[in-house]
Ligand binder design. Structure first.
Ligand SMILES: *Cc1c(COP(=O)(O)O)cnc(C)c1O
Length: 467
């Protein structure tokens, strides 16, 4: 899908000798084409410098308040990852210690999420939450098929119940695995799935309900315990026993440390599986995720492949075969390094910055907060009705100073609502938050002088949205 730029060979390769590059192939040779393989080789230093320079156009990770994904790690973790770059996660026989680190991470998460027996919990690493959600969704579908052999044979279409605010991976899951996506729309000031809506959408073809901890739209936690209680009540009334999967992509690594009394995990018997992104609040560079099931019954055995590979027989449940091992080693590093106290400190600092920043923005009369950063360290705000600029204008102007703060429109039934979302991550300090506030204060007088939102003049919104 890349734009087809020139493939000609008329660009001169002009790397200055002052940047310390010696090019054994001769200076000022023809630059290789960018959309085709070049005929010849390029010196390693030259190739490095060309790509390094080009990538300087990417935004600065620390000013990126759009992404949930880790943008800083300690040098020791980076050294460890570098040492593991050549390890393939699937070669469990060749790299048994990497496989052991994966098992330890699963046990740590199972304990953190209160699995009935953490040492025998079933789970695996993945490339991210998306893959983990696919696996969890497949397990739900297979269990439904097993419970309903006649209905399945008669062509009944299975459905999955969730809020319209779910991350796009659940739309993908439903599309790829031919499941009807039953989504509860937003309503008024309810921006995520409610217990009542969840139960009302379930029927005999429901493979499960997905609860999100927390929502990518505004950082709010969905009421998992209430959803489970509503489903208990549904079961008493109708006999339908609908399992719950918790998408804890972010919150799975926040709530255990900052909200220990919030009951959202395997303490609820209805919760059958949980996923998280190791590369979000799990504090590892992309891509690693985790999928866990409460016990062996929750994961149909027939989905687990036993690969006889390079001399060993290994159970695997994954969409990929080969996959980098470095991220798993790095996840174990983060667990070992931080412990509970370290995680409390890191996630606590994120929440402190988020609530502080939200509070300060809430004091400005031109903005209205939807969330306050006190669940996920994430908050969303919109403009008040009496101003002549919109969130897209604010996002655009902040971008001029290097801040990447996305603005986007909400889904059904709140398409009328556009918000800015700020994700506070590890290393986004109070100092940086104050710089952002100062920039916001500086640009507001100019924005107030705008006669109308630029959108009304046909200026397209430039901000992208990660969700
Ligand atoms: C980010 C996210 C995902 C997708 O996770 P990846 O690790 O990026 O694949 C799924 N669900 C939620 C709630 C998320 O925040």
């Amino acid at each position: 899908m890349a734009l087809h730029k020139g493939t000609g060979s008329d660009r001169r390769l002009s790397v200055s000798p002052f940047v310390g590059i010696t090019d054994p192939l001769g200076a000022m040779e023809l630059a290789p084409p960018v959309h085709r393989l070049g005929e010849g080789a390029v010196a390693a230093d030259t190739a490095y410098q060309l790509i390094h320079d080009e990538l300087m156009l990417d935004g600065s990770a620390k000013l990126n308040l759009a992404t949930f994904v880790t943008t800083s790690m300690e040098v020791q973790a980076i050294r460890l990852m570098t040492e593991c770059l050549d390890k393939n996660m699937i070669d469990k026989d060749e790299y048994p210690q990497t496989a052991e680190l994966e098992r330890r991470c699963v046990a740590i998460l199972a304990d953190l999420w209160h699995a009935p027996d953490p040492d025998t919990a079933v789970g695996c690493s993945t490339t991210g939450s998306s893959e983990a959600c696919m696996l969890a969704g497949m397990a739900l579908k297979r269990r439904w098929m097993r419970r309903n052999p006649e209905r399945y044979a008669a062509g009944a279409r299975p459905n999955l119940v969730m809020g319209v605010n779910v991350q796009v991976c659940w739309d993908k899951f439903c599309n790829f695995w031919e499941i009807e996506a039953r989504t509860a729309p937003m309503e008024g000031e309810r921006f995520h799935l409610g217990a009542e809506q969840a139960a009302a959408l379930c029927d005999e073809n429901t493979i499960g309900v997905v609860g999100v901890l927390g929502s990518t739209f505004d950082g709010s936690y969905e009421p998992i315990a209430e959803i489970c209680a509503a489903l208990d009540e549904l079961q008493e009334r109708t006999g339908l026993d609908v399992p719950v999967h918790v998408d804890g992509a972010s919150g799975g690594m926040v709530a255990p440390f900052l909200d220990p009394d919030l009951v959202w995990d395997f303490r609820l018997p209805r919760v059958q599986s949980i996923n998280t992104s190791g590369h979000k609040y799990g504090l590892v560079y992309p891509g690693v995720g985790w999928a866990l099931w409460r016990d062996r019954e929750a994961l149909p055995e027939e989905l687990v492949f036993r690969v006889n590979y390079l001399g060993g027989e290994m159970p695997t449940f994954a969409l990929n075969f080969s996959r980098p091992g470095a991220q798993v080693a790095a996840q174990y590093y983060v667990f070992l390094r931080l412990g509970r106290a370290g995680f409390r400190a890191v996630q606590g600092a994120c929440r402190e910055v988020a609530t502080y920043l939200a509070g300060e923005i809430g004091k400005l009369d031109c903005f209205r907060l939807l969330t306050r950063g006190d669940q996920l360290p994430v908050f969303a705000f919109t403009t008040t009705e009496d101003v002549t600029f919109d969130v897209f204008d604010v996002s655009r102007r902040l971008r001029e100073r290097g801040w990447q703060v996305p603005a986007y429109t909400f889904p059904a039934n709140r398409e009328d609502l556009s918000v800015i979302r700020v994700v506070c991550r590890n290393a986004f300090s109070r100092d940086l938050a104050d710089l952002l506030l100062a920039d916001l204060h500086r640009l507001l007088p100019e924005l107030r002088r705008q006669p109308v939102p630029l959108k009304e003049l046909g200026v397209p919104a430039s901000a992208g949205f990660h969700h």
